[in-house]
Design a protein around this ligand. Structure first.
Ligand code: GLY
Length: 398
């Protein structure tokens, strides 16, 4: 290129570059807008269900709001979202609704049939206790930690996920999602001084680290343990495309789970595991340009495969925390990636207009595609982790 041409190329490019950088909405504005829309949607949702005893928002089915009750694994997400939004605005109306919907999951504290007690109670009562310091909430959480601990097998050194053996397919199934339930146990040890909870959580995390991961740091969804030898006898999927594929939400649970365990324990082994998982996900050739994963990284119909906004939201929230725990050169990369995900989720491609989407915030999540259940719909946990990511970013930007 001769000098004259270079000058013209430069002269044409600079205004374009300036325009592009001026056009991008500042992240602080994205956060405020996201929280504003989430608050409007959550208050409307709370009003719709206020007089329907025990009901909690689940998804949209056949164009209508689908609800669940306290027995369903997602029951804690809507109360938890309300607590985050109350923490953001201090609105008495949000506090009132956070209390009402938290009360709806009260019975979970005595539930011993589900490993999801951590999700159910720590998002609802856990956030409620963190914000209000209400002693009654603390008691519920400690009861819940006791209930969850009954599912731990000291020979296998893991908490059992599902009671079903799926017609003999599994003996003692442990799913990667179960990493998320350990936060309740870590909290309970600190709150009660009983080391038993912490040991269970850390043994579970160590067993999972050993058996759930492949060489590239992707993970299996289900590992079932032989109840005589205590060793894995099958590794497979339940909600993913295939046994050897990388089901996106499972990878996001793994990232969040080891990041949370690194925060709770200060153990560098967990931090390194989280970094390896983050790098696997961020550099995956099938990660779309907007950074919101397809429902499975190996879905056969990529790029037409459905996206999973819930996986994007969980991943964003985890990466924000990881960027604060990691003191290395990669910390900034984690934060930049999470910001891109939050921008995408806050765009019209994923975020509904206030008053639409049956009052959920995000569109386009996938519950379980192989079961043709909750495909391309809103999900209460997508909204919860999106709001959590916004709050985490907001605290960083202060
Ligand atoms: N824990 C169930 C799921 O992620 O679908």
């Amino acid at each position: 290129m001769n000098r004259c041409m270079s000058f013209f190329v430069l002269a044409a490019t600079i205004p374009l570059m300036l325009f592009a950088s001026v056009k991008e909405e500042p992240i602080s504005k994205v956060i405020d807008r996201g929280l504003r829309v989430s608050t409007e949607q959550a208050i409307q949702m709370a009003k719709v269900l206020e007089n329907q005893e025990g009901k909690l928002p689940k998804s949209i089915k056949d164009g209508k709001l689908e609800t669940g009750i306290w027995t369903w694994w997602c029951c804690g997400f809507f109360p938890g979202e309300l607590w985050y939004l109350y923490e953001n605005s201090h609105s008495p109306e949000l506090k009132k609704y956070a209390e009402i919907y938290t009360q709806r999951v009260d019975k979970v504290q005595y539930m011993t049939t589900s490993h999801d007690v951590g999700f159910m109670l720590y998002c609802s009562y856990g956030n409620g206790y963190r914000i209000t310091k209400d002693q009654a909430y603390k008691n519920v959480l400690l009861n819940g930690a006791n209930s969850l601990s009954t599912r731990y097998n000291p020979m296998i050194r893991a908490i059992r996920s599902w009671d079903s053996t799926d017609s003999g397919k599994w003996q003692y199934p442990v799913i990667i999602d179960n990493m998320m339930n350990l936060e309740l146990l870590e909290w309970a040890s600190k709150a009660s001084g009983d080391d038993r909870f912490r040991k269970i959580a850390e043994n579970h995390a160590n067993t999972t680290l050993k058996n759930h991961f492949r060489k590239d740091y992707s993970c299996y969804h289900v590992v079932s343990y032989d109840t005589i030898t205590g060793q894995p006898h099958v590794k497979m999927t339940h909600q993913g495309y295939s046994d050897e594929s990388s089901w996106s939400r499972g990878q996001a649970w793994a990232l969040y789970g080891y990041t949370m365990m690194a925060r709770e324990t200060g153990n560098v082994v967990y931090l390194n595991q989280a970094k390896h998982i983050a790098n696997f996900l961020m550099n995956h050739p099938n990660m779309p340009a907007d950074k919101i994963p397809y429902w499975d990284f190996n879905a056969p119909d990529i790029p037409k495969a459905k996206r999973d906004a819930s996986a994007g939201a969980i991943m964003a929230s985890a990466l924000i925390e990881l960027s604060q725990l990691d003191k290395g050169a990669e910390a900034k990369k984690y934060l930049n990636f999470a910001e891109k995900q939050v921008r995408s989720l806050s765009s019209p491609a994923y975020m509904a207009k206030a008053g639409e989407n049956c009052n959920f915030v995000l569109m386009h999540s996938v519950g379980s595609l192989p079961h043709n259940s909750e495909v391309d719909v809103p999900l209460s946990y997508a909204d919860y982790y999106y709001v959590e990511a916004l709050m985490r970013l907001k605290h960083l930007k202060k």
